[in-house]
Design a protein around this ligand. Structure first.
Ligand code: UDP
Ligand code: MG
Length: 136
């Protein structure tokens, strides 16, 4: 049975800065994702703080928010069967050093903070995160 889902993907500043967005978008398409919506934006520190509120208590929160707002990002609404978990699989582990061969973070990530992509971690968070960037 099919289980079409939507999830949020972000191409982070380190990847946009290296002009990897077309390559990463092709990775999604080649893995059967449809990119339903996309936009290149530069968010403020305050917006990044709202987006990552779930990590507020973490020691890396301030750096993370400063980083996500440090340059342009590409936000995308992806669609696929089981999109949330499929995107997490394609992304790989948070730390590129631990990410499996062939994953986006292994291929493109530089470090745990500059790990090139964000992806929603649950169906519930995907809804919240998609609304954050694509409410209309
Ligand atoms: N992060 C970091 N240091 C850490 C853990 C996480 O800089 O020790 C950053 C990293 O860029 C990660 C983001 O914070 O992508 C959100 O962390 P999370 O645990 O949600 O990882 P993800 O869901 O992105 O794999
Ligand atoms: Mg996460």
């Amino acid at each position: 049975m099919s289980n079409i889902q939507h999830t949020l993907s972000i191409i982070k500043p380190d990847a946009v800065e290296r002009n990897l967005q077309d390559q990463i978008k092709n990775e999604f398409k080649n893995h059967g994702f449809q990119i339903l919506e996309e936009k290149k934006i530069h968010i403020s520190k305050e917006e990044a703080e709202r987006f990552y509120k779930i990590h507020e208590s973490k020691p890396f929160y301030n750096d993370l928010c400063a980083y996500l707002s440090s340059g342009p990002i590409v936000v995308m609404k992806l669609q696929k069967d089981n999109a949330v978990i499929e995107n997490r699989k394609l992304m790989g582990a948070t730390n590129p050093k631990d990410a499996e061969e062939g994953t986006l973070r292994k291929k493109y990530g530089i470090s745990i903070d500059k790990n090139s992509v964000h992806g929603s971690d649950s169906v519930e968070n995907a809804k919240i995160e998609l609304e954050f960037f694509f409410k209309n």
